[in-house]
Design a binder for this molecule. Structure first.
Ligand code: FAD
Length: 441
């Protein structure tokens, strides 16, 4: 016998699975409809941490990730002191640090005037005065494994969101393509945490305002050898920059070029890239022959953007979906996780209330999340933009060896000022803590 609307609603409220109804089922389009309180699209750092935080407080959270696993292309391996403090507040820091990692305490650039260290995290007042370098895959697996301990958490891998479910201007969930067809998730709140190319953002009709930093980055892998130093290498000179990040089994090498010059470089041939990189990082000259083809190189078109509005009734954007950060300082992961914590701090109680009373979430709470996170985002983007214009653009447009501006070198000698860059990188404009869990230093 067909179920009545009331029976269907009761099953949905209990978080149960119901067969698709009406037209969708008849057309065979949607295989089933599930109900949750918060549907999070995107299992990157922002989405995974938000799902964990909500589930641990008793909010039903469904996390939809398009990829079948967390093993993805390189997108940064940094866990900043701010995130480590958050992990510590959640009782997870010790276990996280049991996973394979390196610790970076300073950012040092080799210049003609000798080593230049604009960032020294070891002087910061925190239990974690370093960047923890850990493959993002390990971090995401760790957080989602922790989340799986809570019955309120549901993770669907290989779930690519295609459409929003909307009723009278309110977002009521999403439809996604799974390995076995189309499914629907209905939710009181849908969160777009689906990264820089966010489909949710586009479907919701939001247009980010973009700025174009003066550089692009070419990424490629180089072999790791036993006697290599640990951690990170960074160099500027001759109109280019080079970084190398230790990923244990190989080096993730980055070559920073002036924006838009990739076609020219490509035209010169891969040998030209091999030569220029080896000139900046002579200790890797012996292994550059492993770079044989442009197919081994991926171009990151560096972008910085921010949505003027991060929410609509029933929908919120966080992380890169709301604001793409420039790679200067490597703060994108930190900011996505800080957004997740701020969102959980604001939304947990209202979502629990909405969940129990089955009523819509007041849009004022979503506005409050944007208010908390927009200013810190603007501040860091402004600082990044200043550094890009004043230092990076000059370094990339000059063929001379890189020399940091005198004013910067002098400012970094003043005790009250010298910790500012490290503080901004470690914590952002200001730290974010898990509500009710902050530890005294
Ligand atoms: C090459 C590179 C290097 C970087 N290096 C650093 C670094 O060193 N430090 C740093 O802090 N930041 C770095 N970043 C930036 C950093 O990766 C992002 O800022 C950060 O990952 C943002 O987190 P997020 O959770 O908002 O989004 P993302 O990490 O982008 O996660 C979005 C997730 O959504 C999923 N998704 C997308 N579309 C859909 C869909 N339709 N349905 C379901 N799921 C979907 C994606 O598969 C992905 O898992 C780097 C970025 C790149 C590209």
């Amino acid at each position: 016998m067909a179920k009545t609307t009331v029976e269907r609603e009761a099953m949905q409220t209990a978080g149960g699975e119901i067969p698709a109804s009406g037209e969708a089922a008849a057309s065979g389009e949607v295989r089933d409809v599930k109900r949750t309180t918060c549907c999070i699209v995107g299992g990157g750092p922002g989405g995974a941490v938000l799902a964990f935080l909500l589930a641990r407080k008793g909010v039903d959270a469904t996390l939809l990730e398009a990829h079948p696993d967390f093993d993805r292309e390189f997108r940064g391996d940094t866990i900043h002191p701010s995130v480590m403090e958050i992990m510590d507040e959640l009782g997870l820091a010790e276990r996280l640090l049991e996973l394979r990692h390196n610790k970076i305490r300073t950012f040092t650039f080799q210049t003609v005037a000798g080593p230049f260290t604009p960032v020294d995290l070891s002087r910061l007042k925190t239990e974690f005065p370093y960047i923890t370098m850990m493959p993002q895959t390990s971090f995401l697996e760790f957080i989602t494994d922790e989340a799986k301990r809570y019955p309120n958490f549901r993770l669907v891998m290989g779930a690519r969101v295609r459409e929003l479910v909307e009723e009278d201007g309110v977002v009521r969930g999403v439809r996604y393509e799974g390995h076995d067809g189309k499914h629907e998730v209905r939710a009181l709140l849908t969160v777009g945490a689906d990264g820089r190319g966010s489909r949710v953002r586009r479907l919701a009709g939001f247009e980010p305002i973009k700025t174009s930093p003066p550089m692009d980055i070419l990424w490629f892998k180089l072999p790791h050898e036993e006697e290599d130093p640990e951690g990170v290498l960074g160099r500027f000179g001759g109109g280019h920059g080079a970084v190398a990040l230790d990923r244990f089994d190989y080096w993730q090498a980055g070559y920073v070029i002036f924006k838009g010059t990739f076609p020219e470089l490509r035209h010169e041939g891969i040998e030209s890239l091999r030569r220029s990189y080896a000139k900046l990082v002579p200790e890797f000259a012996d292994r550059m022959e492993h770079l044989e083809d442009w197919k081994q190189v991926s171009l990151l078109s560096v972008e910085s953007s921010r949505c003027p509005r991060w929410y609509r009734p029933g929908l919120l954007l966080i992380g890169d979906a709301a604001h793409v950060m420039s790679p200067v300082g490597g703060v994108g992961i930190n900011y996505a996780i800080q957004d997740a914590v701020a969102a959980a701090n604001v939304l947990t109680e209202p979502l629990k209330k909405s969940q129990s009373q089955l009523k819509d979430l007041d849009v004022a709470y979503l506005a409050a999340v944007q208010r908390r996170r927009e200013l810190p985002t603007k501040i860091i983007q402004a600082v990044q933009s200043l550094l890009q214009r004043q230092i990076i653009a000059n370094a990339l447009s000059s063929n001379s060896p890189f020399t940091p501006p005198l004013l910067l070198r002098l400012l970094l000698r003043v005790p009250v000022l010298r910790n500012i860059p490290a503080h901004l990188i470690a914590f952002g404009a200001w730290p974010v803590h898990v509500k009710g869990e902050r530890k005294a230093l």
